[in-house]
Design a protein around this ligand. Sequence first.
Ligand SMILES: Cc1ncc(COP(=O)(O)O)c(C=O)c1O
Length: 389
Amino acid sequence: MSLSYDDTQRLRDLYKVCVESQHQMLGYPVATDYDYRDLWSFFQFSINNVGDWAEPSNYPMNTFEFEQDAVEYFCRLYHTTLDEAWGYVTNGGTEGNMYGCYLARERFPSGMVYFSQETHYSVMKIVRFLNIDYQVVASDSRGEMDYDALECLLKENIDKSPIIFANIGTTMLGAIDDLQQIQRRLEKVGFDREQYYIHADAACHGMIVPYLDNPPMFSFKHGIDSISVSGHKMLGSPIPCGMVLALKKHTDKLSHQIEYIAAPDKTLSGSRNGLTPLFLWKFIRSTSEQSKKQRVADCLQLAQEVVIKLNQHGISAWRHDNSPIVVFPKPSEQLWRKYHLAVAKNTAHIIIAGQTTANPNRLHQVLDELIEEHRTLTTEKCAGEPVMA
Ligand SMILES: Cc1ncc(COP(=O)(O)O)c(C=O)c1O
């Protein structure tokens, strides 16, 4: 197998783009401060985690042992145990969210999913795909679910079991929905604990919140049924991946013995990536809990410094206390495209991940340009204003 000269050149070009971009990502949640070179040798094998890691597989090249370690770690992080919960390494946050919604629909086949306006766009795809009824709940100006609006919708749909899709950090604004408020509203409307399901979408903040000194309530201890987190976001992985965990009382119902693989299965796909559990495992094993905590603290500290700097120059930037996402008014298209900043409506954001605290050069370059653009626009606006007589 060999490539033509032109095709080799195309790969070289791609390589150059990757080298130039790898540690410069500020608009999207991508941690790149990892070193997985000691795992490269596994790229030569057809590793496949088809089926359930907890059962022996007839396909020998799997990383089930490592996947189990990763599942155990996330169980600890989200206050549960392997006795109570089960989970697996997914292709990313979306698959975990789909799995949570699928379990919820199996539990309540004619239930109603409630998710806020600020919820990631993939959730709309998921509810359509799974053919579940849904209601979009209003969000407040900082991205958190409007609990009064939720209560109204719950009352209007009293005959349907609620499936709450709670955000543990929204995509654009980093808002965390308040589980206690949600549960209070459910109870107020008359639903007891056996009559609803709560899924937590912790795609980005699932690696942050557990390492805070006073974390908001978001885990199994606080009443969730399932949770999804991305592995390639704040943790860091060269291949998109994630973790989903759910109470066994929900997942056990899905398990079927599959003759072809001589094992039971309750995952969404057939073949599953066997390399990504190795990345998660390496991250978990090679860093102490204290250093993971410090990494999060450093990101939040730098995010706060960004807010202060932008504010000092008249840009109304802000962030939620528990989020590395700095939100500010949308700059010119030329600027947000140049630095690949994510934008929605009138806002843009910068996300601080591990590599940026290690080397903030690109961050400062972007901030300087944002400040300069803001200064120029403000000066032009003032110059254009009629002089009062
Ligand atoms: C809150 C939230 N949920 C879900 C997703 C989707 O996750 P993934 O891209 O890992 O599928 C994202 C991605 O940005 C997100 O921010």
